[in-house]
Design a protein around this ligand. Structure first.
Ligand code: F1P
Length: 354
């Protein structure tokens, strides 16, 4: 039998190389992405996916809105498919405001709900579709007016790690190129090296925390463009290690969830340097209430990127440390992180009816 976690570990550790390869794809597609700049042609940008790629969509929508000022939203693909009226705008009579730029994200490119959502979107002529996926032969990679394919994100294990961060980097490039800070596109090249350093410097802290038997609950705090990433890391903890884990916006944690903290809780803060003291104070509060706390940020934190790049494009660096904590926790519990319980790597509906 293969060593438990051997696939996931390789996928987590190879993320910086996968990002470099993705950046080559993005450089080749730069003009095609710029050609689709939403400008005044759309009323909203909608990001969609399922599971991990839905959380990716949450993070991407927040970042794109921050960088461009457009109205951006994220919804699970099943909502677009089954609840179109609550998903799309009517445009208040303006034809351009009615149009949506839909960005569909999927590792496999064959998740039924995502395909159904995109098909209905195109049939109903709601706007234009861009897809991001990892396999060029899969149906999603043929559906959009622009299809960005990142083979370096492909994975053998069920839970997404390398695919998530690689696809997420693709959406960071969209946000940067469509916004007014285009010069940041050339700075993305600094991220793989920063990611490599991070993995080298903090793998042992992740192993200590993941392997700490005194901990039994995990809370991931992230706000703005980091909230979707906190959701994803919390999902990693559940999928791989079957642990009690929940994500929250920083300031929301005081509004109820804080009552769950105890000496056996670990609160992991995906902290912004720009927002500063408000987020730090939440972490101080929970520490005073008796919880273990670890923060991740560019500088002055337990886990430090020291990347030198602007905060707006740093976010992918929050992922590897959290993924490693989940991985180590799974091993501690005798689970195989490569094969989470009850999960398939792709959810396909209708197959039994065929
Ligand atoms: C999405 C997804 C995964 C999840 C699970 C089932 O797939 O929900 O995030 O880990 O294994 O599929 P995809 O559309 O991104 O391929």
């Amino acid at each position: 039998m293969a060593e438990p976690g051997i696939l996931t570990k390789a996928e987590i550790l190879s993320q910086p190389e996968a990002w470099s390869a993705a950046l080559s794809v993005l450089r080749e597609q730069r003009q095609a992405i710029l050609n689709l700049e939403p400008a005044d042609r759309f009323g909203q940008i909608l990001y969609t996916g399922c599971g991990s790629t839905y959380y990716l969509s949450l993070a991407a929508a927040a970042l794109t809105q921050e960088m461009t000022g457009f109205s951006c939203r994220a919804l699970p693909a099943s909502e677009l498919w089954l609840y179109p009226k609550s998903s799309y705008t009517s445009g208040n009579g303006s034809p351009s405001l009615k149009r949506t730029l839909l960005v569909a994200v999927s590792r496999s490119g064959e998740t039924t709900e995502t395909l159904q959502a995109c098909e209905a979107f195109l049939d109903d002529r709601r706007g234009e579709l861009i897809t991001l996926s990892c396999y060029e032969d899969m149906p999603l990679a043929k559906m959009g007016v622009l299809n960005l394919v990142f083979p370096s994100g492909q994975e053998q294990s069920v839970a997404q790690t390398r695919a998530f961060s690689t696809l997420y980097l693709g959406t960071v490039a969209l946000a940067v190129l469509w916004g007014d800070r285009r010069h940041l596109f050339d700075k993305l090249v600094c991220l793989p090296e920063a990611g490599m350093r991070l993995l080298n410097n903090y793998a042992s802290l992740a192993a200590d925390l993941g392997g700490d038997t005194s901990l039994d609950r995990f809370y991931w705090l992230g706000s703005g463009p980091r909230h979707g990433l906190a959701c994803e890391l919390s999902l990693k903890m559940k999928e791989m290690s079957l642990s009690h884990s929940e994500p929250f916006h920083f300031m929301e944690f005081r509004h109820g969830p804080k009552s769950m903290v105890a000496p056996s809780s670990l609160v992991i803060g995906l902290r912004s340097i720009l927002i500063g003291s408000h987020e730090s104070r939440v972490l101080e509060d929970v520490k005073t209430a008796g919880s273990r706390v670890v923060d991740i940020a560019e500088s002055g934190a337990d886990v430090r990127f020291e990347s030198g790049v602007e905060e707006a494009i740093q976010n992918v660096l929050y992922l590897p440390f959290g993924q490693l904590v989940a991985f180590e926790r799974a091993l501690l519990k005798g689970l195989n992180p490569d094969r989470p319980r009850n999960l398939d790597s792709v959810v396909k509906l209708f197959e039994e009816e065929e």
